[in-house]
Design a protein around this ligand. Structure first.
Ligand SMILES: Nc1nc2c(ncn2[C@@H]2O[C@H](COP(=O)(O)OP(=O)(O)OP(=O)(O)O)[C@@H](O)[C@H]2O)c(=O)[nH]1
Length: 616
């Protein structure tokens, strides 16, 4: 956080009737950050010359990818009919993987701006967020954005929105985050339509944590929304899930730079700094109370984040294992959904089995580990959670192919999701084909308008975590939007495919697939390894097997790599150099059984399909 926070004074809006807490929910790229920027400017909390695009997307990685990962709360003053109000705007992430974070932010609000791109209309993520906001009983203010675009069709999409949420198309506000048109009117409407927070000011303090950030200089910064009572600067606080107590070093609000205050009252949204360094001491979803006058009950209603996808992360340089552990521990604070435990692989050495919300979450985490902690990593193929019952009646939870029990299971269950795809009508065919090839079952189809269709499918999670979204985009020229939500599990005919080198299993390549896909996976991996592994002194069979049955085989032919053969004559120093070089080369090899495999081969084999072929 910046040490020289210079911002205009915001009235100490301890009177809850003058507070409005809201968030902006939108599909990715519909302009949430740009609208937030305009609000910061119009309310005067950020001066024009300090303004930079997407002001709130602080983290470098967010800027790089252009997406918002962490929610953040900003306080803004607003004069309306002679009274000074204080807004707390809570920024929410827009991507499908982070719906858990969205739901936490929604809990801190009474209202939501439903922002829809006037040239695109409602997309899958708009719907998903809207349903979440409705579940949280938020007042919805529908807004069409980007009305300055020549391609904008506000009338058409106002109809679409009104059709969806009820009400009159004329009530759908039209704004441009870019030019600022309509944004003042939106702020006025927020004052009028969003209810003021309610809570018992005299009750023991209760504040809920909706975000927690690890800051290198200040330690853990915890974002809270006060529900009851008052948290004061001089108080000791208590985390209700663990009963741990901490002194407050600072309490304050973001405007958006941190501004220390004397305390936070009912309905206020701000931050706490306690000086704790241990990232697990400030849990998202927890309730903060005062040590000396603690509340009796925690604030309920939170959903624990559950990882859906697991992958092994291994440092390429084995000595970086402790750095990886520390880095994961630090990321965990920012990210309540990240879980990990140590894992050992014969092929890849020491690493961690890491749980993620989805593939984007995996990718972002990996990118942060590499960028912020300077680690080089290999990740193994993502795996969902399977429940396998063996003949002895025991139930195994399998998040890693290596845990897949031997022998014949009596039942295997896999997670399934309800997926919604919104797509122009002409692409319905290709989308249905794709869903079918991924073992999908159609649940329904609705026309949002004459040209746009909402398709609903139940699909196995394992079939969509890999490249489903990419496939969907390429089959619909980028027009489809996708959202999904876990809904339970179903029995499925799944098998573990092992890859063997010279008869030895290479653990990093085992995969759990549907029986119908086992053969194509086996053939593909065997081929890949044959191409990537250099010839050895002896013949090496590369096999794919289901149980003891071999389903594919390739052979790496033998070669005697005599580096000296080219050196006729007696230049002994040159010969020595070549021998040294060959020895160096050996060091970078991993030995699997009797076969030397360059680590690059593992990395290349595990990297995603460079030839773009799908799983089907
Ligand atoms: N013409 C026009 N472009 C806009 C407007 N608002 C946003 N954009 C552009 O739309 C793109 C996406 O805007 P962002 O504000 O980054 O969208 P976002 O919803 O915050 O995106 P995520 O954070 O990735 O979810 C950017 O290129 C913006 O410049 C607008 O009112 N008019």
């Amino acid at each position: 956080m910046s040490p020289k926070a210079r911002t205009p004074q915001v009235p100490a809006a301890t009177d809850p009737s003058l507070i409005r807490n809201f968030c902006i929910i939108a599909h990715i790229d519909h302009g949430k950050s740009t609208l937030a920027d305009r609000m910061l400017q119009l309310t005067g909390v950020v001066q024009p010359r300090e303004m930079k695009d997407q002001y709130l997307d602080r983290m470098d990685i967010e800027r790089e990818r252009g997406i918002t990962i962490k929610s953040q709360a900003v306080r803004m003053p607003w004069e309306f009919e002679g009274e000074s109000f204080a807004f707390h705007m809570i920024d929410t992430p827009g991507h499908v993987d982070f719906s858990y974070e969205v739901s936490r932010s929604l809990d801190a609000c009474e209202g939501a701006v439903l922002l829809v791109d006037a040239a695109q209309g409602i997309e899958a993520q708009t719907l998903a967020n809207l349903y979440l906001a409705m579940e949280h009983d938020l007042v919805i203010i529908p807004v069409l954005n980007k009305i300055d675009l020549p391609a904008a069709e506000p009338d058409k999409y106002a109809e679409e929105i009104a059709h969806l949420i009820g009400g009159d198309p004329d009530d759908v506000l039209r704004v441009s985050g870019k030019t600022g048109a309509g944004v003042e009117e939106l702020l006025d409407r927020l004052v009028v339509e969003v209810p003021a927070p309610t809570g018992d000011a005299d009750a023991p303090a209760r504040a809920m944590i909706f975000d927690s950030v690890y800051d290198t200089y200040r330690g853990v910064v915890t974002f809270v929304r006060v529900v009851d009572g008052h948290l004061s600067r001089r108080e000791q606080i208590r985390m209700m899930s663990t009963d741990a107590t901490h002194s407050l070093l600072e309490i304050g609000v973001s405007q958006p730079e941190p501004q220390a205050t004397e305390g936070l009252g009912v309905g206020e949204v701000g931050y706490l700094i306690t000086g704790v360094k241990d990232v697990r001491q400030s849990k998202v979803g927890d309730t903060v109370t005062a040590r000396d006058r603690p509340a009796a009950e925690r604030i309920g209603g939170y959903q624990e984040p559950r990882p859906m996808v697991f992958s092994g992360l291994f440092p390429i340089d084995g000595s970086e294992f402790p750095v990886l552990r520390e880095a994961l521990e630090k990321l965990q604070l920012n990210d309540a959904a990240l879980s990990f435990e140590p894992e050992t692989s014969a092929a890849l050495g020491f690493g961690f089995r890491v749980g993620f919300l989805g593939l984007l979450h995996l990718e972002i985490t990996r990118q942060r580990l590499e960028a912020e902690y300077d680690l080089d990593l290999i990740s193994t193929a993502p795996n969902v959670i399977y429940h396998v019952t063996t003949e002895d009646g025991e139930l195994h939870e399998v998040t890693n192919p290596s845990e897949f029990p031997d022998g014949k299971p009596t039942e295997i269950r896999e997670p399934i999701v309800d997926a919604t795809v919104i797509v122009p009508a002409e692409y319905v065919g290709p989308v249905m084909e794709l869903c079918q090839s991924r073992r999908g079952t159609m649940q329904g189809m609705d026309y949002l308008s004459e040209e746009r269709v909402e398709l609903r499918y139940t699909l196995p999670l394992a079939e969509i975590v890999f490249d489903f979204f990419d496939q969907l985009k390429s089959r619909t020229k980028g027009y489809a939007s996708l959202n999904w939500q876990g809904t339970g599990d179903q029995a499925a005919d799944l098998v573990k495919v092992d890859i063997l080198l010279q008869g030895d299993k290479v653990d990093a390549f085992s995969a759990i697939t549907h029986r119908d896909h086992a053969y194509s996976y086996g053939v593909k991996m065997a081929k890949r390894l044959k191409d990537l592994i250099p010839r050895q002194q002896f013949e090496v069979p590369v096999q794919a097997a289901v149980g003891s049955r071999i389903i594919a085989r390739e052979t790496i032919r033998a070669i005697r790599k005599d580096v000296l053969s080219k050196c006729y004559g007696g230049d002994i120093s040159r010969k020595r150099k070549l021998l040294e070089k060959q020895k160096e080369g050996k060091k970078r090899m991993k030995t699997v059984g009797t076969v030397d495999v360059p680590q690059e081969a593992f990395i290349a084999a595990l990297s995603s399909d460079e030839d773009g072929e799908g799983k089907d």
